[in-house]
Design a protein around this ligand. Structure first.
Ligand code: FPP
Length: 249
């Protein structure tokens, strides 16, 4: 079997990989099971992906775990997802610390039950000093909500005289997003064959390479991450320039 990991050029790794984990429901349905069974099995994929990214030396990994729109799902599915989130964080805290992983959360914390936010803040605090992989969990996250919030906070700071309106540019705007200390993703993966962005990091993915995988999330393993990175490394990233200009850089 070809060793996909060996095919990765370690000098050209994406600094930040973001993933839309999709297909848990379909994976469960294919097995005649309830959607929650798919989410439960998706945890193994989360573990594999975090481990795979850490081993390669990727610096940032963002996982879209629960969108603001997901609050419309049946209450028993929401409860199960929140329970899974907490039990995974609980059981993995030691491993995160041991492996030098820093945990960060982005999303609308107002909507989350207190026992969840308290636990997440506790683990984020415990791992804040780690400088290996930064694992960012997008939870109760929506990109339009994030952008609107940034616009509101900028307006407040203009009114209070903290910043001048004329000084607002793309860099200032980025500073008001929840991802302010995080570089933009270079690679975005979505599983399950759906080719949509679903309100995820809309500002941050302006120049991100997109990789759509047919694999349903509970089947996603390190090899699928390697395949996406190999695909990324074959792309020519032009950032609006011509191919010739890139070669001269
Ligand atoms: C999308 O599949 C998946 C989700 C909405 C939830 C993903 C969350 C996890 C796997 C738990 C993550 C936990 C941690 C700690 C990061 P879907 O239900 O939309 O699938 P479908 O499109 O096939 O119905």
């Amino acid at each position: 079997m070809i060793d996909l990991k060996e095919k990765i050029d370690r000098s050209r790794l994406p600094n930040h990989v973001a993933i839309i984990m999709d297909g848990n429901g379909r994976w469960a349905r294919e097995r005649g099971s309830h959607r929650i069974f798919g989410h439960q099995n998706g945890i193994t994929s989360v573990r594999e992906t975090v481990e795979g990214a850490g081993e390669l030396g990727i610096k940032y990994l963002t996982l879209y775990a629960f969108s603001k729109e997901n609050w419309c799902r049946p209450p028993e599915e929401i409860d199960a997802l929140m329970g899974l989130m907490i039990s995974t964080i609980n059981s993995e805290t030691e491993t995160l610390i041991k492996n030098n992983v820093r945990l960060m959360i982005i999303g609308d914390m107002q909507n989350l039950p207190a026992y969840i936010t308290e636990k997440l803040n506790e683990v984020a605090g415990l791992t804040a000093g780690n400088d290996g992989l930064t694992l960012i969990i997008a939870l109760s996250y929506g990109s339009r909500w994030e952008i609107a919030g940034a616009a509101r906070r900028i307006a407040e700071d203009v009114i209070s005289g903290k910043i001048e309106m004329e000084k607002i540019n793309e860099n200032t705007f980025s500073e008001y997003l929840l991802t302010k200390s995080i570089p933009d993703p270079e690679l975005l993966i979505r599983t399950s064959g759906e080719c949509r962005i679903s309100n995820f990091l809309l500002w941050q993915i302006a120049y991100t390479e997109l990789h759509f995988s047919q694999t349903l999330w509970p089947d996603f393993r390190k090899e699928h991450l390697y395949k996406a990175i190999i695909d990324f490394q074959k792309r020519e990233r032009r950032f609006g320039k011509t191919s010739e200009q890139i070669k001269c850089d």
